[in-house]
Design a protein around this ligand. Structure first.
Ligand code: SAM
Ligand code: SF4
Length: 479
């Protein structure tokens, strides 16, 4: 895929900082009141599936209230055209909450005395993964605090342990992603060799002043070390990376520009952008500093629509930090991946442990922050299907080597029809056969029938043939 060349005042070089605050701020102020004509021109480029430039994103961020509606409608249409009705499902698994940093918004911070510290033992990791597999999960993200205990070797060990867990009838985790502190190139090589899917890390805020305001102690105070983490990951051969910003620390418009600039930087240096972008809003935690720039629901919806138009082929993630109604809205305007049946208390996927570790009376216990979507995976799947979405547990691209650059080559509409749609159907069929209640399974098979109708006839035929094989007991069939 060819991206339009774009020149910035700070040239893109691997492992060198690239955020130019003055440039971002001057683009935002010079486009503070975009005309309808300007907004329409940018929308038109986006509908051609072009990744937008920083300036074009600034135009969308400066749209009037009326033009915002146009942008939202375009994002909804683009989302449907590029992703169809598929929603990819995953679950986070917190491995340990020890941390030497002091991030003012996070309950894991070193000076939070009310947080109960815990790191899962190997046996507990196995139990947790078994519980997740029994719920039907195939894709996990392992999450760690920043602590000498969580060395690259330890992280690699937990990833291998996770891949090694199998449960009846055909439970297995097919893709293990991680969200962990920045590593050296050598460290990233170690976790890459363990077979991680995506390495995810959030810059939190791209604004240096806000960054130092919230990061009060520990290694994470080094903005540049964090900013260049994904460069080192890519250098180490990890070509699926996820970036993100924690919305609420600084003006959300600035953060959206930061995310797009980070995307350009990776494309310029490595020829491939991020696999996913996350943009969580700060949630209740035992925080020592409140959110300086809270983002309203209206602005949040708009931010998602702008990102959808800005990076048409990048997955957008929204987690259970947000309540069901916000997640439904976010899916409509751009989000393509959500977590389901999430528990953040460390060790709580294992039912026996839930009783002992669930925080009571507003206590945070071992959790990082409060979540607002407590539905089970099955409830989420059911609700998605009732809203005409197709839940997907597909991990095929990663396993077929369609990652990084190769994934970008495939990110074209025809590709999605030939691969993603059928794989979503096949993985949903496995879920319905192995884990769903009779009632949900019935609605699910009906959803599959509807989805088959939207496939080109040759794909539908091949998919039907594999569905029959799944009904006959075969598993893990994909295109
Ligand atoms: N310790 C590693 C780090 O900081 O990158 C990885 C794990 S950290 C637990 C994962 C992410 O959770 C952070 O990057 C941050 O954006 C997010 N987070 C922390 N506190 C939060 C809060 N109160 N509300 C929402 N998200 C939060
Ligand atoms: Fe530690 Fe990460 Fe929480 Fe910061 S956000 S205190 S680094 S776990």
């Amino acid at each position: 895929m060819i991206f339009k060349p774009q020149t910035y005042r700070i040239a893109d070089r691997p492992e060198e900082p690239f955020i130019d605050e003055e440039e971002i701020e001057s683009l935002l102020s010079s486009h503070a009141r975009s005309s309808t004509q300007e907004v329409e021109a940018v929308i038109a480029r986006s509908m051609e599936r072009e990744r937008l430039s920083l300036q074009e994103v600034a135009v969308l961020l400066g749209a009037s209230a009326d033009d915002r509606q146009r942008v939202m409608a375009a994002a909804e249409q683009l989302k449907r055209e590029v992703y169809g009705n598929r929603i990819v499902l995953f679950a986070p698994l917190y491995i340990g909450n020890r941390c030497t940093n002091r991030c003012a918004y996070c309950s894991f911070r070193a000076d939070s005395l009310e947080t109960v510290r815990k790191t899962l033992s190997d046996a507990e990791i196995v139990q947790e993964v078994e519980a997740l597999e029994r719920a039907g999960h195939k894709r996990l993200i392992l999450v760690y605090g920043e602590h000498p205990l969580y060395s690259p070797e330890y992280i690699a060990h937990t990833v291998r342990t996770t891949y090694g867990v199998h449960t009846a009838p055909a439970g297995e985790i097919r893709r293990v992603n991680i969200n962990a502190a920045p590593l050296t190139v050598e460290g990233f090589r170690t976790v890459h060799e363990a077979g991680i899917g995506t390495y995810q890390i959030f810059q939190e805020t791209y604004h240096r002043g806000a960054y130092s305001h919230y990061h009060l102690g520990g290694k994470k105070q080094d903005y540049d070390w964090r900013l260049t983490a994904l460069d080192r990951a890519m250098k180490a051969g990890i070509d699926d990376v996820g970036l993100g910003a924690l919305l609420g620390l600084h003006d959300w418009r600035f953060e959206i520009m930061g995310l797009v600039r980070h995307t350009n930087h990776l494309e310029a240096c490595f020829g491939v952008g991020p696999h996913t972008i996350s943009f969580p809003r700060i949630k209740e935690a035992s925080a020592s500093l409140p959110a300086a720039s809270p983002v309203s629901n209206e602005d949040f919806a708009y931010a998602i629509a702008v990102l959808r138009l800005a990076v048409p082929y990048t997955g957008l993630i929204l987690t259970a930090r947000e309540p069901a109604a916000i997640r439904d809205m976010a899916i409509r305007y751009g989000v393509s991946q959500i977590d389901g049946g999430t528990h953040l208390e460390i060790g709580s996927y294992t039912a026996a442990e839930t009783e002992t570790t669930s925080p009571k009376n507003g206590e945070l216990g071992t959790r990082q922050f409060a979540i607002n979507d407590n539905r089970s995976l099955e409830e989420i799947i059911d609700s998605l299907m009732q809203n005409d979405y197709l839940p997907s547990f597909c991990t095929a691209c990663y396993r077929r080597g369609r990652t990084g650059e190769h994934f970008m080559e495939f990110s074209v509409p025809g590709f999605i029809k030939r691969f993603c749609g059928p794989n979503a159907i096949l993985t949903l069929a496995e879920y319905l056969s192995d884990y769903a209640s009779a009632e949900v399974a019935q609605r699910g098979w009906a959803a599959i029938e509807r989805a088959l109708l939207s496939l080109p006839s040759s794909s539908a035929e091949l998919t039907r043939e594999r569905l029959q094989r799944i009904r006959n007991g075969e598993r893990d069939l994909y295109f």
